[in-house]
Ligand binder design. Sequence first.
Ligand code: PLP
Length: 367
Amino acid sequence: MIPFLDLRAAYLELKPRIDAAVARVLDSGWYILGPEVEAFEAEWAAYCEAAHAVGVANGLDALTLALRALDIGPGDEVIVPSNTYIATWLAVSGVGATPVPVEPDPATHNIDPTRIEAAVTSRTRALLPVHLYGQPADLDPILDIARRHNLRVVEDAAQAHGARYKGKRIGAHGDIVCWSFYPGKNLGALGDAGAITTNDAALAERVALLRNYGSRQKYVNEEPGVNSRLDPLQAAVLRVKLDVLDAWTGRRRAVAAAYAGGLADAGLILPHVPDWAEPVWHLYVVRSPARDALQARLSEAGVGTLIHYPIPPHCQAAYAEMGLAPEALPLARRLAGEVLSLPIGPHLEKRATDMVIQCFYKDCDGE
Ligand SMILES: *Cc1c(COP(=O)(O)O)cnc(C)c1O
């Protein structure tokens, strides 16, 4: 059996260090915010080549508080990819604004910058690109459109820990960058966790305020905030895992390179990497019109695959009220029917990678 992702193996490799970090927090007697969270925030900001990081409870809250910090709310529009995890849209609708979807470049699956300007209206306040599958979106044209139309740029970097765009780490190209440390992400906690990074001190301070009841000083509330604090236990775990992030990204790159070579003649559309992109391979997504049959064959051979994502946000019951027909966003809908995510992760061995590749060339019935 080849699992899609082995989270237990990730823990076991680091077990002595993680256990010691958890014990350190338990022993400290300090369980909300405090030195462990501050230390992780400083280390994460430095890693992301950003001036500030603020830890929050999860990736959806990072997006939501980023939008609130920019005073985006009812009556405002935010441009989002049609092809993304639903959290990107939920953050926008959650603050009372309207998500305005723009279709992807089918080569990269990321938002197509050439389609953005047609979606800008007098109500547009921000652009919200996603670095999907760990591949940076094409940020320069996005930042240029934002400058010309006086819009803010919020990045959903929940899948892009350590990725680089034109040599610079994802972390502060736009006004504010949102991170998830959900266990399955490239930098994953042992529970929910998230953060924002930014070069804007005022925005960082606003998110820090909002995540903690709108309070800087205990029992003094400057605005109606929420409770969305990064747990110090998770911060301590993340500090251990940040130490190995680049090494583990290297292992993901080796798997991706093996797939790229081994699957070149398998009749699939393989991921396209533009020359300005250094992806971190959160997912390795292939495309085929025969996706369902392929997935069934791999499953019979004991290979775990997933679909990211089977139903685009505009086709979800959650967005039925928007009244968008499935065909309104044909590219998002088409990708949902053709994409297949192959096993990838820092603990997928060479032998397993080769077995996955073999499944695309013959009946892999274990013979
Ligand atoms: C995981 C993810 C999120 C949400 O993160 P949570 O920590 O689960 O709230 C948002 N956007 C994208 C693209 C993601 O992959």
